[in-house]
Ligand binder design. Structure first.
Ligand code: NDP
Ligand code: MG
Length: 383
């Protein structure tokens, strides 16, 4: 995408710049100022953090979705700012690092405008994967994954034809409850669930990693990105998070991508794909020092959210949007103390049972299903 010989820096709109992926992306830009320049930055409500970034980077567009811009700053305000930033005339690439379905419209707008979307916002593909990929085809845009597993698969697939692929194997760290007895997991506290063993991330994806909802979202994401059917996508637990995923080919050969866990490498690769450039800032992998790599089966009985999500993906239609919205609401309620950890899959299952059969072909139908699922979970919080 970005030629190693490009002279002018590539303009990047960074949506969700104040988050975990957003700040990692700014570290990547700081390391490669001659290659990448943020032309637009957006946040939700953390105005002070955004103001510091703006002082450093001086982007031409700044937007806050729900916060109050500083007086006289000239920042844009409200939900439209994501789409405005995503279609900024100076942005060749849109790095979507917003959390949740709130990032969907910006992804679609960027693809309609023919931009390259470096996509961390996996919920975009879970809610409306078919609509998003069709929009990329008709609008001339491209989706390049930032998620480490999908970056790994993209790297393993380089130069291969789809018919040569037998199976994708997505690795999962297993989260903080990998070794907990099943009965104890449902009583896990917010602090327990936020204590991820290998990755430092935003709170929503950290809870998703504890329930393994994140892996369900990633299976659905992989299905849409790589066009592989669900029965040829598997999940394996790998506690060290060194192997970021595998691809098995029809001749039995298996290719993996490895690296020390850091999102700066997949962010950089998404921005330079299909080229590579030196200096991702990631510590070099030493196989001897790193020691042994373990792989284990997923404990489906202990992590029902994973099964619910994969089944929603297989069902298609509105089911993945319902799964995603119910999960977002249940996770927010858990973080606020309104649900226990064990109630997260129960509330998602209830929403799926009530709403998964709704129509889900058009964007409007999917957004309605999303809204219904949120109402379904919220209306039962006091019960
Ligand atoms: P964070 O919660 O750390 O950051 C989210 C960013 O989005 C912040 O800038 C936040 O602004 C902004 N934001 C939140 N809600 C809204 C909204 N409703 N509208 C507009 N902007 C909003 O999340 P992460 O960086 O951890 O994750 C971002 C995305 O990347 C998620 O989809 C996640 O699943 C995915 N991802 C993350 C990985 C990681 O290592 N963190 C790895 C792989 C994928 P503010 O700060 O003002 O609240
Ligand atoms: Mg991931």
């Amino acid at each position: 995408m970005v030629s190693p010989h490009t002279r002018d820096p590539v303009g990047v709109s960074l949506l969700g710049s104040t988050g975990s992926i957003g700040t990692s992306a700014l570290r990547v830009f700081a390391r490669h100022p001659q290659r990448f320049v943020p032309v637009a930055l957006t946040a939700n409500g953390r105005v002070d953090a955004l103001a510091e970034q703006v002082a450093t980077w001086k982007p031409s567009y700044v937007g806050v979705v729900s916060g109050e811009p500083p007086a006289g700053s000239g920042w844009h305000r409200g939900p439209d700012c994501l789409v405005e930033a995503a279609t900024h005339p100076d942005a060749q690439v849109v790095l979507n690092a917003v959390v949740g379905a709130a990032g969907l419209h910006a992804t679609l707008a960027a693809l309609r405008a023919g931009r390259t979307v470096a996509l961390a916002n996996k919920e975009t593909l879970v809610v409306a994967g078919e609509v998003v990929m069709a929009t990329a085809r008709t609008g001339g845009g491209t989706v390049v994954p930032v998620d480490s597993e999908h970056s790994a698969i993209l790297q393993c697939l380089a130069g291969r034809r789809p018919e040569e692929v037998r199976r994708l194997i997505i690795t999962a760290s297993g989260g903080p409850f990998r070794t907990w007895p099943t009965a104890r997991i449902s009583d896990a506290t917010v602090a327990d669930a936020l204590n991820h063993p290998t990755w430092r991330m935003g709170s929503k994806i950290t809870i998703d990693s504890a329930t393994l909802a994140n892996k369900a979202l990633e299976v659905i994401e992989a299905h849409h990105l790589f066009g592989v059917p669900y029965d040829r996508i598997e999940v394996v637990v790998h506690p060290q998070s060194i192997v970021h995923s595998f691809v098995e080919f029809i001749d039995g050969s298996v290719v993996a991508q490895l690296g020390v866990p850091s999102m700066e490498l997949p962010i950089l690769y998404a921005l330079t794909h299909p080229e590579r450039i030196a200096d991702s800032g990631v510590p070099r992998y030493d196989p001897v020092a790193a020691g042994s790599l373990q792989f284990e089966p997923v404990r489906h009985d202990a992590f029902p959210t994973l099964t619910l999500g994969i089944e929603a993906g297989r069902a298609g239609g509105a089911a993945p949007a319902v799964f995603n919205a119910a999960n977002e609401e249940a996770v927010a309620a858990f973080l606020q103390g309104a649900l226990t950890f064990g109630q997260i899959p129960v509330r998602i299952a209830s929403a799926l049972e009530a709403l998964a059969d709704r129509p889900g072909r058009t964007l409007e139908e999917l957004l309605e299903a999303d809204a219904e699922a949120r109402r379904h979970v919220q209306s039962r919080l006091s019960c």
